[in-house]
Design a binder for this molecule. Structure first.
Ligand code: G16
Ligand code: MG
Length: 214
């Protein structure tokens, strides 16, 4: 069995993805960019500045300076953090909570591996402060997914090698990061259909079957 399970945050533990969408939509509108789900999906698991670059592929106005880009990313984050105020403990599903509690009762170590610099705020809103054995996020890394750094740090914080850990992800960038780091992965949502995923999952609670069968 895997001794450690490393969860992505956005799209796996909770659905902050719709808040990311709404915040980027406002930035896109300001720049005259037609923002849609296709662009939004490419931003999953990708850092804030890298997400902005994805958005700007659709931008055909005056070239932006580095300072203007930073200002746009900061504005997006302000909008996003504002939207996070709508989140509370009710946004953590029973399924996710019970599945994680069961994995823990079986002796698994649980960690977060997220690109987000807002991870601690989101965990607080969900009532999960202090719940995980380790938290690796956008504040302790220099390279975002698909680089494996965030997961390698999580495994290191748990005191486990990658081969003993399973990564749970919803995004292609995250599955690629897991593979690059030598981790097996379980894919939810669009990641379930991705060729590099070790185990496609129908639902979060499928982790209990996967864990029990190994
Ligand atoms: C999440 C989201 C990405 C977002 C990134 C950085 O990653 O999926 O869309 O761009 O965090 O977020 P922030 O702007 O809060 O630092 P993950 O790894 O939790 O899926
Ligand atoms: Mg994600």
């Amino acid at each position: 069995n895997y001794q450690g399970i490393i969860f992505d945050l956005d799209g796996v533990i909770c659905h902050t993805d719709r808040y990311h969408f709404l915040a980027w939509k406002q930035i896109a509108d300001q720049l005259g960019i037609n923002f849609d789900d296709r662009i939004n999906d490419r931003m999953r698991g990708v850092s804030r500045m890298d997400s902005l670059e994805i958005l700007l592929e659709e931008y055909h106005g005056e070239p932006l300076t580095a300072a203007q880009k930073v200002a746009l990313a900061e504005k997006k984050n302000q909008l996003y953090v504002g939207l996070l105020q709508n989140m509370g403990e009710a946004d953590l599903s029973e399924e996710v909570r019970k599945t994680m509690d069961t994995l823990r009762s079986r002796g698994r170590k649980l960690a977060i591996g997220s690109s987000s610099k807002n991870t601690k705020l989101i965990l607080k809103r969900l009532g999960l402060t202090g719940y995980f054995d380790a938290v690796s996020d956008g504040t302790n890394i220099t390279r975002s997914k698909p680089d494996p750094e965030v997961f390698l740090c999580a495994a290191q914080y748990l005191g486990l090698c990658p081969g003993k850990c399973l990564v749970v992800e919803d995004a292609k960038a995250g599955i690629l990061a897991a593979k690059a780091g030598g981790f097996d992965s379980a894919g939810l949502g669009e990641a379930a259909a991705f060729a590099f995923v070790t185990y496609p999952l129908q639902s979060f609670s499928d982790l209990l079957k996967l864990d029990g069968n190994r």
